[in-house]
Design a protein around this ligand. Structure first.
Ligand SMILES: NC(=O)c1ccc[n+]([C@@H]2O[C@H](COP(=O)([O-])OP(=O)(O)OC[C@H]3O[C@@H](n4cnc5c(N)ncnc54)[C@H](OP(=O)(O)O)[C@@H]3O)[C@@H](O)[C@H]2O)c1
Length: 276
C-alpha cells in the first residue's frame, strides 16, 4: 500500500473520507472500470468516486463486493443526476444506485449539479435518505455560494461535502472560504485539468525542483489547500504516481506561484447554466 492513502479528513458528521481517491468519469462499465478499480484497491486506494451519470456503478460495486476488503474499508461516493432531481424522483434514483452498486449504503451521496428550482426539494429527500442510514454522509457538487445559501435556508443538515472543479487554473477561493466557514469539505474534480497539467511551464519548473511529476505537484498543491482529490486514470502506473503525494511538502513560495495561475478558467460547465 502506498503511504498516505490511508489518511482521512473527518467530515462535519464524523464520517472519515480518504484525502486521495480515484475518479471514474468516462471509464466505461464492465472490464475497463473493473480493471481500474481493482488496480486501485491493490495499490491501496480506499476511496472511489462514481455517479449515476457515469453509467459504471455496477462495475465499481462488483469489484468492491468481490474484493477481500470489508465494505467499511472503502469509501464510495455516488451522485444524483439532474434529471432525477425533485423529492420523489431522488428516492427512486438513490434506490437504483444502491441496486447497481449492490450495496446497502453509500458513504457519500451528492446532488451532482445545482438545477434551478429543484435544490430545496432534492435536498429534503437526501436528508431523509441520510436519516435511514443508507448514505453515511450527504453533500452537493458544483454549488456556488448562492446555491449553498439557498440550500442552507431551511435545511436540517449542512452538506458534508461540496465537490467542485478545482485545479491551478480555477481555484475557487471564494467558494472554498465559504465552505470552510460552514464546515463543508471541498473535494476537487479534474485536479489534473484532464491531463493538461503536464503542459504548464511553471508547474514543470516546480516539478523539476522537487523531483516530482506535474500531476503530483498539482495534487499536492490541492491537498495543502485542504482539498480532497479524485484524479482519474485507467493506467496502473499513473494510479501509483497520483498516490505518491505524501512524501514531500510544497514550500509557501511554490504554493503562491501555483495560486497565481488561477485565471478562472473552467473545463466543465458553469454551475449557473445547468441546462442538462
Ligand atoms: N462532480 C462533477 O461534476 C465532476 C465533473 C467531472 C469529474 N468529476 C470526478 O472527478 C474525477 C477527476 O476528474 P476528471 O476525470 O475530469 O479529470 P482529471 O482527473 O483532472 O484528469 C484525468 C485525465 O488525466 C489523465 N491523467 C491521469 N493521471 C495522469 C498523470 N499522472 N499524468 C498525466 N495525465 C494523467 C487521464 O488519462 P488516462 O486515464 O489515460 O491515464 C485523464 O485523461 C472524475 O473522474 C470524476 O470522478 C466530477
Amino acid at each position: 500500500m502506498i503511504n498516505g492513502l490511508e489518511r482521512t479528513t473527518t467530515l462535519n458528521n464524523g464520517t472519515k473520507m480518504p484525502w486521495v481517491g480515484v475518479g471514474t468519469f468516462k471509464i466505461p462499465d464492465g472490464p475497463e472500470v473493473e480493471k481500474t478499480v481493482s488496480s486501485a484497491l491493490d495499490i491501496g486506494y480506499r476511496h472511489i468516486d462514481t455517479a449515476t451519470y457515469y453509467g459504471n456503478e455496477r462495475g465499481v460495486g462488483k469489484v468492491i463486493n468481490d474484493s477481500m476488503l470489508e465494505r467499511d474499508d472503502v469509501f464510495i461516493t455516488t451522485k444524483l443526476w439532474t434529471t432525477d432531481m425533485g423529492f420523489d424522483k431522488a428516492f427512486k434514483a438513490f434506490d437504483q444506485s444502491l441496486d447497481l452498486l449492490d450495496m446497502d449504503y453509500v458513504d457519500l451521496y451528492l446532488v451532482h449539479w445545482p438545477k434551478k428550482g429543484l435544490i430545496k426539494d432534492t435536498w429534503s429527500a437526501l436528508e431523509r435518505i441520510y436519516e435511514t442510514g443508507r448514505a453515511r454522509a450527504i453533500g452537493v457538487s458544483n454549488f456556488q455560494i448562492h446555491h449553498l445559501e439557498e440550500l442552507l435556508e431551511g435545511a436540517d443538515i449542512v452538506p458534508a461535502v461540496n465537490q467542485i472543479e478545482y485545479h491551478p487554473y480555477l481555484n475557487q477561493r471564494d467558494v472554498r472560504e465559504f465552505c470552510e466557514e460552514h464546515k463543508i469539505q471541498v473535494v476537487g474534480w479534474s485536479p489534473l485539468i484532464r491531463g493538461k497539467i503536464v503542459n504548464n511551464p511553471s508547474i514543470s519548473a516546480i516539478s523539476k525542483k522537487y523531483g516530482k511529476t506535474p500531476a503530483q505537484i498539482a495534487l499536492r498543491w490541492a491537498l495543502q489547500h485542504d482539498v480532497v482529490v479524485i484524479p482519474k486514470t485507467v493506467h496502473e502506473e499513473r494510479l501509483r504516481e497520483n498516490a505518491n503525494v505524501f512524501d514531500f511538502v510544497l514550500a509557501d513560495e511554490d504554493m503562491e506561484i501555483i495560486d497565481a495561475l488561477d485565471g478562472g478558467t473552467r473545463i466543465g460547465p458553469h454551475p449557473d447554466h445547468v441546462d442538462f
